[in-house]
Design a protein around this ligand. Structure first.
Ligand code: PEP
Length: 249
């Protein structure tokens, strides 16, 4: 039985003082011991948010990391920096980073290996564009993204990775994939993991759906057999996030 994981991706929102207010607002709303709750926050918000969630069920994640250990990489943040600041999870390969910052599948593979080597829990994003969906190549595209991302990762390591399926056309657009569309791709991702490793690894790995998930549509999406949680952008900045965390109520 895979534990559901509901993660907020705050993106480039919330100054440190706004972040503290948001944590306070959400505090009474996100209490659900049956779900792993994660706030993935901008680098500058990590330290205040780690302090603010102490004693709660909330885990803190970063939105990115760099794959080198240290040195002359102006503006980047290393795995050791994240760990020392109290971060547990880290998103990698978000379509906004792939698109605006030209991250490649090979970069994401290096980031995944670095995060695992250091003991961070990775959330690896994948997803197709509208054009790719219309061309009928969604599953092939995502299988390729997963195969490259997991190259050189062992089965034991893979079990602790979270994969977020995020169709690009559904991110921040208010257009959600239907639960059938989301389930179809999440199932295919699980099959890909079984092919690369084995069925036991595929059964253990958690797969999230992301793309305009909100309080209204989360229940149906999270009821799908291969959807083990959500990666939530816009709705993670609102009390709605508490409703998603408590989607069964
Ligand atoms: C995201 O960016 O990961 C995301 C899913 O955003 P939204 O929920 O706003 O579509």
């Amino acid at each position: 039985m895979r534990k559901k994981i509901i993660a907020g991706n705050w993106k480039m929102n919330e100054t440190p003082s706004e972040a503290l207010k948001l944590v306070e607002t959400l505090k009474p709303l996100v209490n659900n011991p049956d779900v792993d709750v994660v706030y993935c926050v901008p680098a500058i918000d990590i330290v205040p948010v780690v302090n603010a969630v102490k004693g709660t069920n909330v885990h803190v994640g970063a939105e990115n990391l760099y794959f080198e250990d240290k040195g002359a990489y102006t503006g980047e943040v290393s795995a050791d920096m994240l760990l020392d600041a109290g971060v547990e999870y880290v998103i990698m390969g978000h379509s906004e980073r792939r698109g605006y910052f030209h991250e490649t599948d090979a970069d994401i593979n290096k980031k995944l290996k670095k995060a695992l080597e250091k003991g961070l829990k990775p959330i690896v994003c994948c997803g197709e564009s509208l054009e790719q969906r219309e061309q009928g190549i969604t599953e092939d595209w995502i299988r390729m993204q997963i195969k490259i991302a997991f190259s050189g990762v062992t089965a034991d390591q893979a079990k602790g990775v979270v994969i977020a399926y995020e169709p690009i056309w559904a991110i921040g657009t208010g257009k959600t994939a239907t639960s059938a569309q989301a389930e179809e791709v999440c199932k295919s991702i699980r099959e890909t993991i079984a092919e690369i490793y084995d069925q036991a690894t595929a059964d253990e790995i958690r797969i999230q759906y992301g793309g305009s998930m909100n309080a209204g549509n989360c229940k149906e999406l999270l009821a799908q057999p291969d959807i083990d949680g959500g990666l939530i952008g816009g709705a993670s900045l609102k009390p709605d996030f508490g409703k998603i965390v408590n989607y069964k109520d």
